[in-house]
Design a protein around this ligand. Sequence first.
Ligand SMILES: [Zn+2]
Length: 156
Amino acid sequence: MDDSCFFCQKLRRLAELPADEVVWEFPSSVAFLGPWQYFAGYCILVSRRHATELFQLSVQERREYLEEMNLLAHAIADCFTPRKMNYELLGNQVGHLHWHLFPRRDDDPDKLKPVWLALNRAERDAAEKTRLQAASLPRAEIAARLRAFLQKHLPR
Ligand SMILES: [Zn+2]
């Protein structure tokens, strides 16, 4: 844990977060429903351990984290049938391992480009921000669908 880290702080107060924000608590990571629900099912999967690079995790931690990321991607793809999943592990703004799982839409005018170009526009353009945050379903429903898939497919 790193007291100055945004995700370490967030992981410490999971119980205080809105019910639709915490999608799933895995052994090695926690899945949060992201703000950009134009990409229905978009999640951020945060490692429970503070590390900035995958190679800083033990082999076991890394395998678990990658398996959880894979399972969450499968859930998003199964629930929302994107044309393609995008997996992004960047950490330029918050240096704590977190995957962005963006299901890309077929009707997205920017579907051939990384989402960050549109999200960058949204920082300067309120209408674009609203468009990219708007969900076709209530957030609680999106989270519930993902949880139902995970409940059914988690290894026991
Ligand atoms: Zn951290």
